[in-house]
Design a protein. Structure first.
Length: 288
């Protein structure tokens, strides 16, 4: 319930901010929201704007939604090991030390998030620390640090922004065409103002949104292979393979959104093409 309320409040705030920005831009440039230029501006503001705001809020959202505790001063040997391991790996790949956090969950998982390479967060679950050996946990941390060093958060945000923009733009244009066709005999009917326009706009956005998710998932899987490879270079391929083997007995992931995309494990998908992560078998074979 906490996650749902946080999600709703955050998205409402984002929509209000983007709506105000869009209204200002429309007024400044004198663009009609029913022209192609207006539709493109709406699509860009909500497509890229939403993705970028999510990126800049990603650390805060991750901490709030998972209840992660950020380690500032290690309280025990485990926290000290986590801090020193991440610090060493961050130095190896040439990035600023990420914040390190622990969140309570029975699943063996970890994730990286943040708006940039030098402003990031690496978090691990209590289930991972309890069920993995130090070598396996070290490999998982290296995987997440590699995500940060590769700039994967920014890369996937830009990809998400592009596909969001195309989905919104194409959906609105097609909805306008359908609306004009259905209401061509009605006097005074303006494109973009009827109930048929809004219904078909929603239908097209759902359809194209599903197709767009395939594109984003494809790039996400590619970044997983790259992060596995980066971890293998940092700690050795044998440790990374052992960590992936351990994940075969894992609980299903409870992470959502960008945290799932940059986690070490993910939930099951109805089809491989919608999955943010490649199958474990493929990832293990790729390291051999």
């Amino acid at each position: 319930m906490k996650r749902v309320v946080l999600f709703l409040i955050t998205n409402l705030a984002v929509m209000i901010v983007l709506g105000v920005v869009l209204s200002i831009l429309m007024s400044v440039f004198g663009i009609s929201n029913r022209s192609l230029g207006g539709i493109l501006m709406i699509s860009t503001v909500f497509g890229f704007g939403g993705a970028l705001i999510s990126l800049f809020m990603s650390k805060w959202m991750a901490k709030k939604s998972t209840g992660a505790y950020v380690i500032e001063q290690p309280r025990n040997e485990t926290e000290h090991w986590l801090m020193t391991t991440v610090a060493r790996q961050a130095e190896q790949v040439g990035i600023k030390m990420p914040e390190v956090a622990i969140y309570d969950s029975p699943e063996m998982n970890a994730f990286a998030t943040g708006p940039s390479k030098n402003n990031s967060l690496v978090a691990v679950s209590t289930g991972l620390m309890h069920n993995m050996t130090r070598d396996e946990a070290e490999a998982v941390l290296a995987h997440e640090v590699s995500h940060v060093a590769n700039g994967d958060m920014v890369t996937l945000t830009l990809i998400q922004g592009v596909v969001n923009t195309f989905v919104i733009f194409i959906s609105k244009v097609l909805a306008g065409i359908v609306d004009n066709f259905l209401n061509s005999d009605e006097e005074g009917e303006n494109s973009g103002g009827s109930w048929t326009y809004f219904i078909f706009d929603m239908i097209f956005q759902i359809i194209f949104g599903i197709l767009a998710s395939v594109v984003v998932a494809y790039f996400s899987r590619k970044r997983e292979f790259a992060a596995d490879s980066g971890a293998a270079q940092l700690v050795g391929a044998h440790k990374m393979r052992a960590a992936l083997e351990r994940l075969r007995t894992n609980h299903e992931s409870q992470l959502e959104g960008s945290m799932m995309a940059f986690g070490i494990a993910s939930g099951k998908s109805i089809a491989d093409m919608f999955a943010s992560h490649p199958p474990l078998e493929q990832r293990i074979n790729a390291l051999k």
